[in-house]
Design a protein around this ligand. Structure first.
Ligand SMILES: Nc1ncnc2c1ncn2[C@@H]1O[C@H](COP(=O)(O)OP(=O)(O)O)[C@@H](O)[C@H]1O
Ligand SMILES: O=C(O)[C@@H](O)C(=O)COP(=O)(O)O
Length: 422
């Protein structure tokens, strides 16, 4: 195993896998920390998917360290901590505390931090994260149900989550290429900085950052900064020149979309889908009960399940999210809906659904957990950062697309199934 990665949510993990597969690495995503006696898959990269983004800090740290230990035992040569391209976290963490624990466990003293993903319009300039042309805190992410992002200055955000010093490798240096970035990171480490936020606006920057960090034990960031890593291994003669991601085995069965993401992109995708597909909206304000919500949705779906996808969504605009949270509490509202969507996904599979899109990272964690999925084989991308995957575990095999809330074109819920038809 060349690269061992720990992802703080499941959509983030498939996003990273997809990037590595595109770079020619045979990559497997495993769900949760494998048991000590579980043999590592035969792959160049293994991504351990955790649901640790919004877990209590101690739990997130412990699970991440357990994942690291398993990856170390499996012989990984380099490590990657994958978090969101919009740096989703709270004042307490979990990016800072998990990164602190990994830096300490690896004894590396320093790690770069770069969430940039220009293909999906996330860029970092002077340490500030932009989504498209606006700062992170004006992008809609300020309304995220669980991790509202109200500050775009990543040096400041990360500093609040760690007792380590945070520096910056700014655009002017990054634009000079790998050697300049490497020197800047070495200087920051010598000055006692534990982290460097690294600016990146283009894929060329990401490739240069990857090259500059070839000797780093740990890299932290979004999937974008992993773009340069396959070439590092290739230059070192550890990865063969050409490999193509295997096509996934075909899988017949009915189609469905379940959505628990309230991100702008998902809301727009649902808006589009309403004109083309049957859509059922969960009303958690009227029925704050996961079993009852699930029963209602499955009753609605009963005579519609077929190879034309049904769509079941909890997603709501910020005012409705705030209303539910004010009644139930932020975490309880999230958990209620995740539970409802997970029950619905399981009910749909019982009724013959085998190809399913799940919208939302936390939502995907809940669904995949409920379905008993243990590993995902990565297939071709539907849109940047969202591949189809072949899911195996305790239930029937499935084709799953775990869609990050803010990823995908407006017609994503139709396109995903069109892509399967070739
Ligand atoms: N109508 C709603 N009111 C309150 N919370 C909601 C609602 N719909 C979904 N949620 C919660 O919002 C969170 C969305 O997070 P997530 O699934 O990670 O989406 P994203 O990928 O967009 O970040 C989940 O915990 C989900 O249960
Ligand atoms: O980096 C990203 O944006 C994604 O890979 C990711 O982490 C998605 O998280 P959600 O938006 O919670 O789905």
């Amino acid at each position: 195993m060349l690269l061992g990665a720990i992802a703080d949510d499941f959509t983030g993990a498939t996003d990273l896998c997809s990037m590595l597969v595109r770079g020619g690495m045979r990559t497997v995503q495993v769900i949760g920390v494998p048991s000590a006696d579980q043999a590592p898959p035969d792959a160049d990269a293994v991504v351990v998917a955790l649901k640790s983004r919004t877990a209590p800090v101690r739990q997130a740290v412990d699970e991440s360290l357990a994942a690291l230990k398993w990856l170390q035992a499996a012989g990984a040569q380099r490590y990657f901590f994958k978090y969101c391209s919009t740096f989703d976290s709270t004042e307490q963490g979990n990016i800072g505390p998990v990164a602190d624990a990994l830096v300490a466990a690896l004894g590396c003293g320093f790690a770069l931090a770069c969430p940039a993903f220009p293909t999906n319009a996330r860029t970092v300039y002077q340490g500030h994260l932009f989504v498209g042309s606006v700062l992170l805190n004006e992008s809609g992410m300020e309304h995220h149900p669980l991790t509202p992002m109200t500050d775009a200055n990543l040096v400041r955000v990360l500093s609040r989550q760690t007792d380590g010093a945070v520096g910056l490798v700014a655009f002017a240096t990054v634009d000079q290429g790998a050697a300049a970035i490497r020197d800047a990171m070495t200087r920051l480490k010598e000055q006692g900085r534990r982290y460097a936020i690294v600016d990146a606006i283009t894929d060329a920057h990401l490739m240069a950052i990857g090259q500059a960090a070839a000797s780093h034990a740990l890299i932290t960031g979004g999937s974008g900064v992993a773009m340069g890593l396959p070439d590092n291994f290739r230059r070192a003669g550890l990865l063969s020149a050409e490999t193509n991601p295997a096509a996934l085995p075909p899988l017949e069965g009915a189609c469905a979309v379940v959505a628990g993401s309230c991100s702008r992109a998902t809301l727009a995708q649902l808006g589009y889908a309403r004109n083309h597909l049957p859509v059922f909206d969960l009303d958690a304000l009227a029925t704050p009960d996961a079993a009852a919500l699930s029963d209602a949705a499955l009753r609605w779906a009963a005579d519609k399940i077929s190879d034309k996808p049904v769509v079941i969504a909890a997603s709501a605009p910020p005012d409705r999210v705030t209303l539910l949270q004010s009644r139930l509490g932020r975490e309880q509202a999230g958990t209620l809906i995740e539970d409802a969507v997970a029950r619905i996904a399981a009910g749909l599979v019982e009724r013959g659904v085998r190809r399913m899109v799940v919208a939302g990272g936390e939502t995907s964690g809940a669904v995949v957990g409920r379905l008993g999925v243990r590993s995902l084989r990565i297939g071709g991308e539907i849109d940047p950062g969202v591949p189809w995957t072949y899911a195996s575990g305790s239930g029937p095999d499935l084709l799953l697309a775990l869609k990050s809330g803010n990823f995908g074109a407006t017609d994503f819920f139709l396109k995903a199934f069109r892509v399967l038809e070739g």
